[in-house]
Design a protein around this ligand. Structure first.
Ligand code: DGY
Length: 311
């Protein structure tokens, strides 16, 4: 039996099988059974596997006295207190790069779905309304001014895809990058110059509610917001109000502040396309994420350098 490991998130069956072949895997039980589980099982847990959207609490780290590594099956680590993990001597890994293309694809798909109103078109056909109409005309997605908040790995991949759409690309972030796109240090200034604003920045204290009312108003009633980062990067109340009041043209959202809760108002708006945090949810990418997560665990227990360490 290999090292004792606590699994907090769901994994592909194939990833789970590989994990179970080398580790003594314990599933995190339902809420009512957790206290008892911790009392009886916390001792000896050397590793935790968790999702980017779940992370791990400081309390959980403190209650696993033998914990050596938290392996995130995802790229985001905003749900982990890095200082706390470091102080507890716990290593942290994630799965960058392997999901970049899929998240960028979804960002562009959301833009197309919002601007060409594909959910409504699909419903129109399914409801047997075709050829009766009239179906509302939609808006052209190509040749626009595209703004990208955060030109990291995913932001860059979005820009690469948008290059095929013509138009202009600009970005914002803490630093200017060695690229030809226009740079705006201020997000509201970027929004004022954008028809579509893509949010692809990592969640952190610095980016919390970065997309606020001023940014949304700068984007304006014809503007479209796409978020494939984290819900916390947007002031969600301000977003809902802007959409409901027609101060923002539309939104494509894969992430929300309090997932899986989605603000009720959004469910009734036609100018919004909603997805249940599926940026990386292709078979190929989930398999690759699982393999990279396993590589990190195996390296840790073999005393080798971690392939993709965070701390
Ligand atoms: C990630 O990898 O961070 C995804 O958003 C899933 O949590």
């Amino acid at each position: 039996m290999g090292p004792k490991l606590l699994q907090l998130c769901t994994l592909l069956p194939s990833t789970h099988d590989k994990l179970a072949a080398h580790y003594e895997v314990h599933q995190w039980p339902a809420e009512a059974a957790r206290e008892e589980w911790l009392r009886d099982n916390a001792s000896g847990v050397r590793a935790v596997v968790t999702g980017g959207h779940l992370g791990i609490t400081n309390e959980m780290i403190d209650r696993l006295p033998d914990l050596g590594i938290v392996a995130i099956n995802g790229v985001g680590y905003d749900r982990v207190d890095l200082d706390h993990a470091k102080a507890a001597g716990v290593r942290l890994t994630n799965t960058p790069d392997v999901l970049t293309d899929d998240v960028a694809d979804l960002a562009v798909a959301l833009m197309l779905n919002v601007m060409r109103r594909l959910p409504a078109a699909d419903r129109h056909v399914r409801d047997g309304l075709w050829p009766h109409g009239p179906q509302a005309l939609t808006r052209r997605a190509s040749g626009r001014r595209y703004g990208i908040v955060g030109l990291g790995r995913i932001g860059h991949a979005i820009a690469e895809r948008l290059a095929g759409f013509g138009g202009r690309i600009a970005y914002s972030g803490p630093n200017r990058k060695p690229v030809d796109h226009d740079y705006h240090a201020d997000v509201a200034a970027l929004a004022a110059k954008s028809d579509v604003l893509f949010v692809a920045t990592a969640a952190s204290a610095a980016t919390r509610a970065l997309i606020d009312r001023a940014v949304l108003d700068a984007l304006g009633p014809e503007g479209v917001l796409i978020n494939v980062a984290r819900g916390s990067v947007i002031d969600e109340d301000a977003l809902v109000a802007a959409l409901a009041e027609g101060r923002l043209g539309g939104a494509g959202l894969d992430v929300f502040v309090d997932e899986p809760h989605v603000p009720e108002t959004l469910l009734g708006l036609e100018n919004v396309v909603l997805a249940p945090h599926v940026g990386s949810a292709t078979r190929e990418t989930r398999e690759a994420m699982g393999n990279l997560m396993l590589d990190n665990l195996d390296a840790f227990f073999a005393g080798r350098p971690l392939p993709t360490p965070v701390v």
